[in-house]
Design a protein around this ligand. Structure first.
Ligand SMILES: [Zn+2]
Length: 50
């Protein structure tokens, strides 16, 4: 599972495939993959913001 982030509004969305458009602002071509693994504790949980 990857996380994609909208470069326009900053909304994030999880998914296997890159979304064509942002579900929040509706802009197309602004979704970029965001690396999630090893950015935090590395255990794969959602506590990466620490
Ligand atoms: Zn957006």
């Amino acid at each position: 599972m990857s996380v994609f982030k909208c470069e326009k509004c900053g909304d994030t969305k999880e998914g296997r495939c890159k979304p064509k458009k942002c579900s929040a602002c509706g802009e197309t071509g602004v979704m970029v993959k965001e690396e999630t693994k090893t950015s935090g504790c590395g255990c794969g949980c959602s506590c990466k913001s620490k």
